[in-house]
Design a protein around this ligand. Sequence first.
Ligand code: ZN
Length: 257
Amino acid sequence: MLKYKKIIIASLLLLISILILDYFIRISLWWYAGIILATAGLLAYGSIDFRSGFYCKVLYKGKMDNKTIALTFDDGPDKSITPAVLDVLKAQNIRAAFFCVGHKAEENPDLIKKIDEEGHIIGSHSYSHHFFFDLFSSGKMFAELQKTDDILGKILNKKTKLFRPPYGITNPPLSGALKKMNYYIIGWGLRSKDTVIKNEELLYQRLTGRVKPGDIILFHDTKNHTVAVLDKFIKFAKGKGYHFECPDKFLGIEAYE
Ligand SMILES: [Zn+2]
């Protein structure tokens, strides 16, 4: 049973116990409010932090026995940034994972082919990456996942087994939608925050200051400054003795069916 269901059952049992107790001795309403608030807070935390594993099993770190790390890129493919990222990876001889948005893949099939032909792996990152994706019903989420699989499948002639939740949020509707899909859910150990940090030096400092063995690093192949920092970061990491592995090999999983 998933953790969030256990938490709901536990808090319901607690509420029933208090209700019974309330029959014999007067229990303050604050007890009820406290239990409900604590449960809601715990469930919200589980939604935001996929490492909790509340709603689904998320793979977010690789083997830590040597200095190995892996690179991932979300939200593409992008006409100008993705080719630049691919050039950096090719020059550095690194294979990475690209979690693509379905409608962008639909608009840029040649880029999807190029990512694949250059030895990288491709996963789904929903069809719309809608701002309110996390509020969608399970059925609507499932339709997005299927549509993206169809688009990627037609371009690549293979079915991806990798999915990264938009915004890294997991919740009961997504958990329901994912039950019907044969995915590995991939998170990250180090978030570059390249969508927020625009200053290249700050971004570089964040990455070099935080990287550790086992990290799956999240970048976005939609931001210009990411390309320059990526090249600099790879050189830094190699200089420190880090090895780069493709996320499928890093996690010991198959990227495609
Ligand atoms: Zn995203």
